[in-house]
Structure formats: structure tokens, C-alpha cells
Design a protein around this ligand. Structure first.
Ligand SMILES: *Cc1c(COP(=O)(O)O)cnc(C)c1O
Length: 239
């Protein structure tokens, strides 16, 4: 009988999937105009550390609990991006350290981020998530809502409110589709909104357009992305 008991000793948290060659190739491709966020959700801290040792500092996580556990174990100079759907009641857990919250999809959430930023005496950077895909399930504002939020933000800032939150740009996820024309149409739509509200903003030195994942990052860069979120190409497929 095979020694199955040995399986119990397998180092399941060993760094397994990090593709160093791929990482270097992507970094080169992006140059210094496009920021790479390495999406490490579900991947072990050993994998994150392996990429850290290659020089990567921006990492993206989707789940609050997982993010705070990893943050506690890894070096302090990592810039943690929260890219998942964030519930208002969980902002407090990531407020002390989070570098950029990508998926803000309600004004209420923005107010809570501001409140928690105030408690920690800092201004927390955020992106507004825009729904650009055909799939119904994805979160985000529509075009009209983006306009409304930008207006409310501007009014509040004029009154000296919302000083502890900084909206730096937009984030979106295109359809998971092989139809490149459809994906391109969605990415260009997001770029159009970004240009309308952020590109010429006098307050922002480097506005952020977060779009592009493993499957569509090349297209996203062509369409004007300034920040790509890449997971599986760097860490291997997730489960
Ligand atoms: C998981 C995830 C990614 C990375 O996806 P890959 O296809 O693995 O590159 C990017 N953005 C968001 C919002 C995600 O949830």
C-alpha cells in the first residue's frame, strides 16, 4: 500500500507557482508608465515573498480577513491594494495601512473610508469602480452615477468635508470574453470617463486608471490603462 500518510507532511504552503520569467517580461513590457499590481488572493505568503524578493512591492487582495493576515506577516514596505468588494463595516480593519482601495462602488462607502481615514489621521486613496462588463454580477457605478458622485465629492470638498479620502481615478473589469472588440469597447468607455473626470484634474499629479487583468492587460494598456491587476499569469491559476 502506498505511504499515503506522507501526504500529511507535504509543505502545502511552499512557494510553488511564482513565474519569475513571466514577471520580468511583464515588468519590462509595462515600463514605468503602467503600475503592476500583483494579485495574490488565495496564494500563500511564501509566493508573495518570492515576488517581493524580485522587487515587486504592489500587491492586490480581494478579501479583508486574508489581507490583514498576510499584511501582518509580510514586510512593511509592501503597498497593499484592496481590489475586491468592500463592505462598509470592514473598512476599519484595513484603514491603518491600505495603499489604494480600487472597488469603491457607493457614496456611503466613500464616507466610511473618510471616517476611518480620519481616525488614523491619514487620507486614504480610492478609485471608483465602474460597471463596464456585460455580465450582470459585477459591481460598480454606471456613467450617470459616476457623474453624480464626482459632483457630490466636489461639493463636499469645497465645504472642507471628506478630507480623509482621496478619489484618484477609476477601476473597471471588462467582460470575460474572447470577443476582443467587445472588451476593447468596454475598456475605451472607461478611458473616456477617466479622461472626462481625472486626466486634467489639477489636484492629482498621477490619476489612476486601473484596468487590465491576465487575459486583457495588453489591450488595456493600448486603451490607456495606468495600472494593471495581474494574478494568474504571475502566480499560476487559482484552484
Ligand atoms: C482576481 C482579480 C484580478 C486578477 O485576475 P487574473 O485573471 O488572475 O489576472 C484582477 N482584478 C480583480 C478585481 C480580481 O478580482
Amino acid at each position: 500500500m502506498p505511504p499515503y500518510f506522507l501526504l500529511a507532511f507535504l509543505p502545502i504552503f511552499a512557494a510553488m507557482g511564482v513565474n519569475a520569467e513571466q514577471y520580468k517580461a511583464i515588468k519590462k513590457e509595462l515600463g514605468d508608465k503602467v503600475t503592476l499590481v500583483a494579485v495574490s488572493k488565495i496564494k500563500p505568503v511564501e509566493d508573495i515573498y518570492a515576488l517581493y524578493e524580485l522587487g515587486q512591492r504592489d500587491f492586490g487582495e480581494n478579501y479583508v480577513q486574508e489581507l490583514i493576515e498576510k499584511q501582518a506577516l509580510l514586510p512593511n514596505d509592501i503597498r497593499w491594494h484592496f481590489i475586491g468588494h468592500l463592505q462598509s463595516n470592514k473598512v476599519k480593519y484595513i484603514a491603518p495601512f491600505v495603499h489604494l482601495i480600487h472597488g469603491v462602488d457607493s457614496y456611503k462607502l466613500l464616507e466610511e473610508v473618510n471616517r476611518q481615514g480620519g481616525k488614523h489621521n491619514r487620507s486614504i486613496s480610492c478609485l471608483l469602480q465602474v460597471h463596464i462588463a456585460q455580465e450582470e454580477t459585477k459591481f460598480g457605478f454606471n456613467e450617470e452615477e459616476v457623474g453624480q458622485v464626482m459632483e457630490m465629492l466636489a461639493n463636499n470638498k469645497k465645504m472642507g468635508l471628506l478630507q480623509n479620502v482621496q478619489v484618484e481615478g477609476l477601476m473597471g473589469m471588462a467582460s470575460f470574453s474572447d470577443n476582443e472588440q467587445q472588451v476593447e469597447k468596454e475598456l475605451l468607455f472607461l478611458k473616456m470617463l477617466f479622461d472626462k473626470y481625472f486626466t486634467a484634474s489639477p489636484e492629482l499629479s498621477r490619476p489612476v486608471l486601473s484596468m487590465g487583468m491576465s487575459g486583457d492587460y495588453k489591450l488595456a494598456i493600448q486603451c490607456g490603462s495606468t495600472m494593471v491587476r495581474i494574478g494568474s499569469l504571475l502566480f499560476g491559476a487559482r484552484g
